[in-house]
Design a protein around this ligand. Structure first.
Ligand SMILES: Nc1ncnc2c1ncn2[C@@H]1O[C@H](COP(=O)(O)OP(=O)(O)OP(=O)(O)O)[C@@H](O)[C@H]1O
Ligand SMILES: [Mg+2]
Length: 243
């Protein structure tokens, strides 16, 4: 079964085409990497697929529902983790989740369960203003998991985190994949994509320019996924200030 399908999905902002007719599908239970340079259209694609932004043209389905006409049906099926999402700094982690729990109609026991899953159980009653970035990121993941979504959209979940915390988040992502959830992941860390993703799409200037397993991309454009990425996106170090 397909968790996500897109057909000629396009988003224009005035005369800028941010997402330019992309067509691909994501299998159910897959960890799907969505990689590309800054401004390539990754976040815009996620915003369309999660019902936050209307496409200019084209179609997409998420969990079998049309993102436009069946937007309300897909919401219970998905969890979304963006950077800079609003958390209530003056509340504890637990109270942040309790607030969301009431909106979703989820049982209290589920709050303790997700806090445990992301390793925040011991500090659940502390106010968020005392939290580090890594702890906040884990809380965002906990919040996205509250209603047991089938599909998780993660927009740069390890950005700005120290290597140990980033590793913990990656382990959490692997664990969520083992539970059978589909994960749509953007990251600028090629090693992370290589380790976690079943398949990877590379998007450049709003278009999907490659889509394959990390192994195949390395074989064809490698030797590493980073080399393949640089080869495909045409980012040349030679023209940079490093010269
Ligand atoms: N609301 C908006 N209004 C106008 N232009 C926008 C809007 N949102 C995004 N864009 C533009 O669309 C293009 C794609 O942006 P997007 O945020 O999707 O890129 P991205 O691939 O997520 O990049 P990054 O890796 O930096 O997060 C960029 O040129 C951006 O400036
Ligand atoms: Mg982005």
């Amino acid at each position: 079964m397909k968790a996500i399908t897109t057909t000629n999905l396009t988003k224009k902002f005035a005369d800028l085409t941010a997402v330019d007719g992309i067509s691909f599908s994501v299998n159910s239970g897959e960890v799907f990497g969505f990689l590309g340079p800054n401004g390539a259209g990754k976040t815009t694609t996620i915003r369309m697929l999660t019902g936050q932004l209307l496409p200019s043209s084209g179609q997409a389905t998420v969990a079998g529902f049309d993102i436009h006409s069946e937007r309300e049906c897909l919401k219970p099926k998905i969890g979304v983790i963006f950077e800079f999402q609003n958390l209530y700094e003056r509340l504890s982690a637990k109270d942040n989740l309790n607030f969301m729990r009431q909106l979703y109609g989820v049982k209290q026991a589920r709050v303790d369960q997700v806090l445990d899953q992301v390793g925040l159980k011991d500090r659940a009653n502390e106010k968020l203003k005392n939290y580090s970035n890594g702890m906040k990121q884990r809380l965002l993941i906990a919040r996205a998991l509250l209603h047991e979504p089938e599909i998780l959209f993660m927009d740069e979940p390890t950005r700005g985190l120290d290597p140990v915390i980033a590793l913990q988040i990656r382990q959490l992502i692997s664990q969520l994949a083992l539970e059978g959830r589909t994960i749509f992941l953007t990251t600028h860390y090629m090693e992370e994509a290589d380790r976690l993703c079943d398949r990877v799409a590379i998007i450049n200037h709003g278009r999907v320019i490659a889509l394959d397993t990390p192994l195949k991309l390395k074989e064809n454009f490698g030797p590493t996924l980073e080399d393949a990425y640089i080869e495909l996106t045409g980012h040349s170090m030679e023209s940079s200030v490093l010269r």
